[in-house]
Write a protein that binds this ligand. Structure first.
Ligand SMILES: NC(=O)c1ccc[n+]([C@@H]2O[C@H](COP(=O)([O-])OP(=O)(O)OC[C@H]3O[C@@H](n4cnc5c(N)ncnc54)[C@H](O)[C@@H]3O)[C@@H](O)[C@H]2O)c1
Length: 341
């Protein structure tokens, strides 16, 4: 499958490297409004376009990776789907719920596959935890917590005009916490009610740089989130902990790639060691972008939904938007199967 990338900034590099590693994929073209941003893709033999429609008219291109700021995602998806290109879309999928609905709909109408990049789902530690939850080994889940305390407020936002702005990307809940909120949904199911406080705090960005939130899931489990992108000087922690009646498991450590705590009642010592060893021996595994793109190719071959679908991207965004609405109104927000109440 021949891929093109639109938006040749920071994330585009991961897409290009992933495409390069996949034997049945090739980077055929790149597009950016800034010509100089495309220079580095010459090494892949990719054609450079400053005009998106001209790139979409290129018959060699079968699929497009959309890596622009989120404010442009909807219109770029509409054009790519109309040109019958399959789509790999960076998160956040869009900035508003109606846009996510439009994205899913236009891909369905044009019979093109759409996958959203939530690369943490493919990490070995996350996959192992998911297997344990699926097997019911934690029993009924009482609560879960995620802590994302990073430093993103100075050089990171200065590098690109769009970062930290409400217009193009929103703040830390949207940009940095969304992958962990996606994991919350993947592990714990549908949220029923949320409450949050989100502020700029000590940061120099326009949008939220510190937030605290609570979720009640339909299962009865509670979730808490602590997020900051303005931690002094450097990243501090990323973690997610699940507390069940038959076990407690914490994913943490640098980049949240390891089990920091692992107590599962019905796993023998040998089985526990085997799982810990799988994660320890290869903490990153195959990069998430590579697995996302490989899965898109396979989903076209099998004519099935990609593993991370447009609906998944929409659910994660919905949760972020509910947090923002709760913070704005200083009140809890009810959620029922895709509807903010
Ligand atoms: N940077 C990160 O750590 C990170 C992590 C996860 C997800 N993402 C997501 O990836 C996406 C891209 O983020 P980034 O940090 O790589 O952005 P970036 O600002 O580094 O790069 C964006 C690129 O898109 C180009 N561009 C913008 N509008 C365009 C248009 N209409 N047509 C053509 N080119 C256009 C810009 O010139 C720039 O080169 C965003 O949705 C972001 O939320 C970023």
């Amino acid at each position: 499958m021949n891929f093109a990338i639109i938006g040749c900034g920071y994330m585009a590099k991961s897409h290009a490297a992933a495409i390069d590693r996949i034997p049945e994929a090739k980077l055929a073209a790149v597009c950016d409004k800034d010509e100089s941003a495309m220079e580095q893709y010459k090494e892949y033999g990719a054609k450079a376009y400053t005009n998106y429609n001209a790139m979409l008219a290129d018959d060699e291109v079968d699929a497009v990776c959309i890596c622009t700021p989120a404010s442009y995602h909807t219109v770029l998806v509409e054009q790519a789907a109309a040109a019958k290109k399959h789509i790999v879309l960076e998160q956040p999928m869009a900035l508003a719920l109606d846009e996510t609905e439009r994205i899913v709909e236009v891909c369905r109408e044009n019979a093109v596959k759409l996958t959203i990049v939530h690369p943490y789902r493919f990490r070995p530690v996350v996959k192992e935890l998911r297997k344990i939850i699926d097997a019911g080994m934690l029993g009924k889940i009482s609560h879960a917590s995620t802590r994302i305390n990073l430093n993103r407020n100075r050089d990171f936002c200065a590098e690109a005009m769009s970062r930290g702005t409400k217009l193009h990307e929103a703040g830390g809940l949207m940009g940095q916490a969304i992958d962990y909120l996606d994991l919350f949904l993947w592990f714990l199911g549908e949220p029923e009610q949320v409450f949050s406080i989100a502020e700029t705090g000590i940061s120099n960005i326009e949008a939220d740089a510190v937030a605290a939130g609570i979720i009640r899931f339909e299962s009865g489990a509670l979730g808490t989130i602590e997020m900051s992108t303005a931690v002094y000087y450097r990243n501090f922690e990323e973690s997610i902990t699940i507390f069940g009646e038959k076990g407690t498991v914490k994913i943490g450590g640098p980049n949240a790639l390891s089990f920091e705590h692992f107590d599962v009642q019905h796993l023998s010592e040998t089985e526990t060691e085997r799982i810990l060893e799988i994660v320890k021996s290869d903490p990153w595994g195959i990069p998430g972008h590579e697995q996302t793109i490989s899965d898109l190719i396979q989903s076209v071959k099998d004519n099935r939904e990609p593993l991370v679908s447009g609906e998944d991207g929409k659910r994660a965004l919905e949760l972020v938007l509910a947090f923002y609405e709760s913070a704005r109104n200083n009140s809890p927000i009810g959620m029922r199967r895709g509807v903010l109440l």
